[in-house]
Design a protein around this ligand. Structure first.
Ligand code: ATP
Length: 200
């Protein structure tokens, strides 16, 4: 099995995440992509929406795409979500699977700062998708990391969860920037959680 892991805070999920996952699924011929909300992201402020809310919106977003699934391993483990802990747990649980961790090119620049990055590079390949404003730059990466990165072009969507939360705060529309069911959920649940976020 070739599995893509779409990790993120998903605070909230938006179409940039979905297009990234679909691009890599198609590009690598993945059997499945597992969307995995983090509990506490290592390099960011804590999420504004609760883990339960973020997971619920991910479920609404992936809908009926049969290759897309959710993974609650980091929410269940709690604490700071280090990818190396997660991937080593997954490697033990699914010894026959080959993993591809999906990241935007903005994150590639941060890889050297990730916890035990060289150990992580032995547990998964990375699938980097082009994110507006961030060129893929492998120069500054340790060789062991650079050689496990595959790159995929995707239609550039200059969109972030920060942008969505900003719109919710101002009462501006998020329609079509998030899947319809997520939009309806955000309307129903109010934008209360967006105010708790501190990353914008
Ligand atoms: P925030 O604005 O809160 O920092 P974000 O939109 O960057 O959030 P995350 O949940 O942190 O979303 O992102 C998860 C993964 O998805 C990261 O690897 C990120 O690079 C990637 N990603 C997010 N938005 C896009 C986008 N518009 N295009 C390509 N990749 C994206």
């Amino acid at each position: 099995m070739k599995i893509g892991i779409m990790g993120g805070t998903f605070d909230p999920i938006h179409i940039g995440h979905l297009v990234a996952a679909e691009t890599v699924r198609e590009g690598l011929g993945l059997d499945e992509v597992w969307f995995m909300p983090s509990h506490i992201p290592p390099h960011k402020a804590e999420a504004g929406f609760s883990g339960e809310e973020r997971m619920h919106m991910v479920e609404l977003a992936i809908g009926t795409q049969p290759a897309f699934r959710t993974l609650d391993i980091e929410l269940r483990r709690g604490g700071v979500s280090y990818t190396v802990d997660t991937m080593s747990e997954l490697a033990g649980k699914y010894p026959d699977a080959r993993f591809h961790f999906i990241i935007g090119t903005d994150m590639v620049n941060y890889l050297p700062k990730w916890e035990r990055i060289e150990e992580l590079a032995g547990l998964t390949r990375f699938a980097a998708v082009g994110r507006a404003g961030y060129e893929l730059d492998k120069e500054h990466l340790p060789a062991a990391v650079a050689e496990v990165i595959d790159y995929f072009d995707m239609p550039q969507l200059e969109l972030s969860s920060t942008e969505i939360r900003g719109r919710l705060k101002k009462g501006r529309s998020t329609r079509y920037l998030v899947p319809e069911k997520v939009h309806d959920y955000l309307q129903r649940s109010g934008s209360h959680a967006a105010y708790a976020g501190t990353t914008d």
